[in-house]
Design a binder for this molecule. Sequence first.
Ligand SMILES: *Cc1c(COP(=O)(O)O)cnc(C)c1O
Length: 392
Amino acid sequence: MVKKSTLVNHPPAVEVPADNRPVVAPIHQTVKFEFQTVDDTLRSLRGDRAGFFYLRSSNPTTRQLELTLAELQGRDDCLVCASGVGAIAQALLSLTRQGDHVLCFIETYGPTRHLIRRTLAKFGVEHTLLSIADLAGIERVLSSRPTRLVVFESPTNPINRIADIAAISRLARTHGALTVLDNTFAGVHQHGQYDIDIFLHSLTKFVSGHGDVMGGAAIANERLIRGLRPDFTVLGGVLDPHAAFLLQRGLKTYFVRFRAQCANAQRVAEFLSSHPAVERTHYPGLPGDPGHALAAAQMTDFGAVVSFDLRGGAEAGRRFAEALQLFAMTASLGSTESLVMPPQMLGSRDLNEEQQRLSGVADGTVRLSIGLEDADDLLEDLQQALAAAVQA
Ligand SMILES: *Cc1c(COP(=O)(O)O)cnc(C)c1O
């Protein structure tokens, strides 16, 4: 018998018989895995036998999430990490080197622009910044200088511009650039039919769905993931197994949530587009939206983000956001509760005046993320907040 202090550090093993599977995969909340022999350990490390060694490289719980996400996005393999920004940062650092040129866009998630224009710039990576609507500009840039990456989104944040994914991927392929699509707004089930090299996702949004866990993913074919994996392992933004478990659980209701949120968003967009206090509604599900035809061809579900331009500008936006009862005034999107971002939270300080204008974000632009509340309750709340906004 070992002493009690030894016992608590080597607790009795409970073996589950091989023919007695848990219906929900257990959380492998462990950093380390061991074999009994040196040879088995070395064979596992070389990839010559199945097994796990150290969490920063892989873990059964995070691996299950990776395999599920790869299949949902229609690619061979996936790497998960601790946040969406972590996935973007690690992928960009891994894919570029000094002297490379990256094409990126005004209508991009702010931290992605920061990573390309500030962080990568420190390592001698150059960039060109265009509007995603400027296809002629994209062609001109790609044909005039060697480009390593085209980094883009669709729909874009916050005003739901729709990128022409087929045209952009064709131009990139022709000119030898890799395409990196941050597919967070569209979700892990869309856009897989296009010739995109690397999909990036914030799992914090629709995959978690409940606003209680962060995660990110890079999804690509096997060859590209093989190139990314060693860099992801040493850059070290590891997804915790418990977070991976919660994200895997979130996926079980992903389609039900996503589609119900899209249906609510469509109702909200239709309501806003006919309201006199609203100058313009940005939602690709609206037949009058400039991106509607492209979105209808590319997507089955138009997303849960609805943005709109309020007459009366920023101060009307402030009154509107503060008057809402059912919408939390905060960052993020895709969770089961509805959220609002007023104009004061949407500006991009790193863009010059001309770029601000091209971004389409106006003085009175408000972004909503639509949740799973009853749509009639949401419309009633929006109605009273719009009334408060125009009562100056
Ligand atoms: C939220 C978001 C991210 C960042 O994800 P985090 O999980 O918050 O780090 C990246 N891209 C887009 C489009 C996002 O909306």
